[in-house]
Ligand binder design. Structure first.
Ligand code: ATP
Ligand code: MG
Length: 432
């Protein structure tokens, strides 16, 4: 798939580059051609003016160098009324058979190109009209274009060589650029592939358990619910797990496609923290875990309350899940100069040093067996990271195995938004 895309990108790059080169080169060539022709034609027109100003052309022609300004590429031809060549300057420059090819019966004032043999000439022919120039009826000024054609030919050669070299360079540059452009695409494609594979793997286990337990239930249709309650409890637990997994997957999939938006409002973080810790305290009691809070009041934050709640639940759930009985969890909330600081520390099993850099990856579980048995799928911290990033905050985790884990959150308080939105204090929460 990537090879095909790379090839397409290279071809497209080269084609665009070739088109630009051809257009620019053609413009350059045409411009040069126009300028050279224009200069040459100007010489012809100047020569015509000089001849027109001669009074006695017969005498003028007799002199050794009648027109000192005439260059070696220009020849003057003089014809009589019958079209016979009766003179030329310089003398004997052209044979009369060649010279007569430059003449047209009706004198056209326009400058034209005449090709004789392989050589081209620019010709300006004009009638003498009523001037007293004796037998001379028309004058032709002929200018060889040999130099000009040579210049244009070599320019064309250089341009073609330039286009070929440019094309080769653009192919190599295209290969390099395509490779670079594909790196993030390849990375995100592989990430997506891994995500889909991990998700299906995670979904398979609870589905298989539910299926097996249901089949066992169906074997004994006469049994009462009470008799089969252990199996029903397993089904319930696994279906809850399945539901949570699907919710998490949906959140991450939506965050990937930027479908999830943050709807910020003023949050009383002190109240939110005490509300959530109270809920967790009930659960913690059953496991003899103590939750202490040290939250400064008032602790205000500008953010999406639904998402911040979800973030705190993920972190407290981890702290509770990975802390053995008689442990302790500390929740701290502080106002700092321009930010709000939250810390959730536990005295749990900790995270191994080699796992620490990976805990924010999707489906990453440190102690796999332990996490799985506790119902974890490894998506919590990925979602937490997304919420923190979406709020422009920072999340840091420090941990020591068998000592505990400390998660720190830092959010900008956004004082201006908080002050401007005093009135929106009781605004209903906007949730996704
Ligand atoms: N407070 C903590 N103490 C010890 N280990 C932790 C703690 N928080 C996270 N971890 C480790 O980091 C891993 C990833 O955490 P995460 O919250 O993403 O997944 P999970 O808790 O396994 O599953 P989920 O949160 O999706 O139910 C966990 O499996 C665990 O090994
Ligand atoms: Mg978790």
């Amino acid at each position: 798939m990537f090879n095909k895309t790379r090839r397409k990108l290279v071809v497209l790059n080269a084609a665009v580059f070739l088109l630009i080169l051809v257009v620019l080169s053609t413009l350059l060539y045409l411009h040069m051609r126009y300028r050279l022709f224009h200069e040459s034609d100007e010489v012809l027109k100047q020569a015509e003016k000089r001849i027109q100003s001669v009074h006695n052309l017969a005498e003028w022609l007799q002199s050794d160098s009648p027109d000192p300004q005439q260059d070696e590429k220009t020849t003057y031809l003089f014809w009589d009324a019958q079209g016979r060549l009766i003179g030329q300057a310089p003398k004997q420059s052209l044979s009369s058979s060649i010279a007569n090819q430059f003449r047209t019966p009706n004198d056209e004032p326009a400058i034209r190109t005449v090709i004789v043999g392989h050589r081209s000439y620019r010709v300006l022919q004009f009638p003498t009209q009523n001037r007293n120039w004796g037998p001379i009826a028309s004058v032709g000024i002929v200018r060889s274009q040999e130099d000009l054609d040579g210049t244009l030919r070599s320019l064309l050669r250089d341009i073609i060589a330039g286009i070929i070299v440019g094309l080769i360079i653009s192919i190599f540059a295209g290969l390099f650029l395509a490779e670079r452009a594909l790196v993030p695409i390849r990375r995100s494609w592989e990430k997506q592939q891994r995500f889909v594979a991990d998700a299906s793997h995670e979904l398979r286990t609870p589905t298989a358990v539910i299926q097996a337990q249901t089949e066992l239930l169906l074997r004994h249709p006469a049994h009462s619910i009470e008799e089969e309650s252990p199996k029903i409890a397993v089904i319930l637990k696994e279906s809850k797990r399945l539901g949570k997994l699907l919710d998490d997957l949906l959140t991450l999939a939506r965050s990937d496609s930027n479908q999830l938006e943050i709807h910020p409002s003023k949050i009383a973080l002190d109240a939110l923290l005490s509300e959530i810790t109270d809920q967790f305290r009930v659960l913690a009691l059953t496991r003899e875990i103590e939750i202490t809070t040290d939250v400064q009041k008032p602790l205000l934050l500008w953010g999406d309350e639904g998402r911040i709640r979800q973030l705190l639940v993920i972190l407290l759930d981890n702290a509770l899940k990975y802390t053995p009985p008689s442990g302790r969890i500390e929740v701290t909330g502080r106002n700092q100069s321009h930010s709000v600081y939250i810390r959730i520390a536990d005295t749990g099993c900790g995270i191994a040093e080699e796992d620490l850099p990976h805990v924010f990856e999707r489906f990453y579980r440190g102690d796999k067996a332990r996490s799985r048995s506790l119902g974890g799928s490894g998506l919590g911290l990925s979602i937490a990271r997304w919420i923190v990033d979406a709020h422009g905050g920072v999340i840091r985790i420090h941990s020591k195995v068998n000592v505990g884990t400390e998660v720190e959150l830092l959010f900008q308080r956004k004082q201006r938004e908080l002050e401007e939105n005093c009135g929106s204090w009781d605004r209903p929460l906007l949730k996704n």
